[in-house]
Ligand binder design. Structure first.
Ligand code: SF4
Length: 295
């Protein structure tokens, strides 16, 4: 999909201007940059809530709203009309709804990443509602992340009630986009203005917002149980949010046929918490994670 240069996109008022926020530093820095330079544009700030985000993420987004005096639009997979969950009692976690009612308890993994597609991309596309839009994406000039790779196949979720024929396609080596729909054009402002990691950090610090506090023990935004976490990040979750660590453990099950569903392919969280060695976080930013969730 062709990307549009920032200078061109900001001239075009015939389309919507959407800034998806993940609660991570790069998408937030992008939002701050756009507010500081293009505040007259009808910018729409959107956060897609999986229902399993870190408490620090929610509070960081609230701080962003307070400092800049803007309202972030919060959407979720529960908005998808095909789920019809709003008519049921109470408001439930989008992740739990999909896990239990669509994927029959089949946990997502790097190979079968239904969570990104169903909890992030589809609600975003639903929000755009077939209108013409630019989606501003926080890929920096000093990184080269790849886009969403859907390796899901029909057999991966044969029990799914909402199987989508387009799911089987694989996107390899493509730039990060929030959608492959032709009406949603990607713009990469941080790349266009040559912003790298240091620029992003400086922008956030100088704005008064700073970085999300979870970066003290975790390298990425996203779900508290994200399967991309390193051992040190799981250990950090246990220290900083023992309740969420226990909640993540509770998702791991062994079926009567002996098949194990664990977040990590190498060990269960019960095994992981028995590791005495304290792992430090890799100083290299992981670029193999979910660029959509972790920007
Ligand atoms: S943060 Fe991780 S678990 Fe959550 S939707 Fe993204 S890839 Fe899936």
């Amino acid at each position: 999909m062709t990307s549009i240069h920032l200078s061109q996109a900001v001239q075009d008022l015939s389309r919507r201007h959407i800034i998806p926020l993940s609660g991570g530093k790069d998408s937030t820095a992008l939002a701050v940059y756009m507010l500081e330079h293009y505040s007259s544009l009808p910018l729409e700030f959107v956060f897609t809530d999986t229902g399993a985000e870190l408490p620090e993420t929610y509070s960081y987004l609230r701080r962003f709203e307070a400092i800049f005096g803007i309202k972030i639009i919060r959407i979720s997979a529960l908005d998808l009309p095909e789920l019809r969950v709003r008519s049921k009692n109470g408001r439930r976690s989008p992740f739990d709804v999909f896990l239990n009612e669509v994927y029959s308890g089949f946990l997502p993994s790097p190979q079968i990443r239904w969570c990104t597609r169903m909890l992030k991309i589809k609600p975003f596309e639903h929000f755009i509602n077939n209108e013409n839009a630019y989606s501003y994406i926080g890929i920096r000039a000093d990184e080269n992340r790849e886009g969403f790779r859907s390796t899901t196949t029909k057999s991966d979720y044969k029990n799914s009630k909402t199987y989508n024929k387009t799911e089987g396609k694989t996107e390899r080596g493509k730039p990060v986009v929030f959608s492959h729909l032709g009406n949603i054009l990607p713009v990469y402002p941080l790349k266009d203005i040559g912003f790298g990691l240091r620029d992003v950090n400086n922008l956030l610090i100088n704005s008064g917002l700073g970085l999300p506090t979870y970066y003290q023990w975790r390298s990425r935004s996203g779900c508290y149980f994200c399967f991309y976490q390193q051992i040190g990040e799981w250990q950090g979750l246990k220290i900083h949010h023992p309740d969420l660590f226990e909640a993540a453990k509770a998702y791991e099950i062994t079926k009567p046929n002996g098949r194990k569903f664990t977040w990590s392919q190498h060990r269960s969280l019960e095994e992981l918490e028995k590791i005495h060695k304290r792992y430090t976080l890799s100083t290299n930013e992981a670029q193999n994670g979910c660029a959509i969730c972790h920007l």
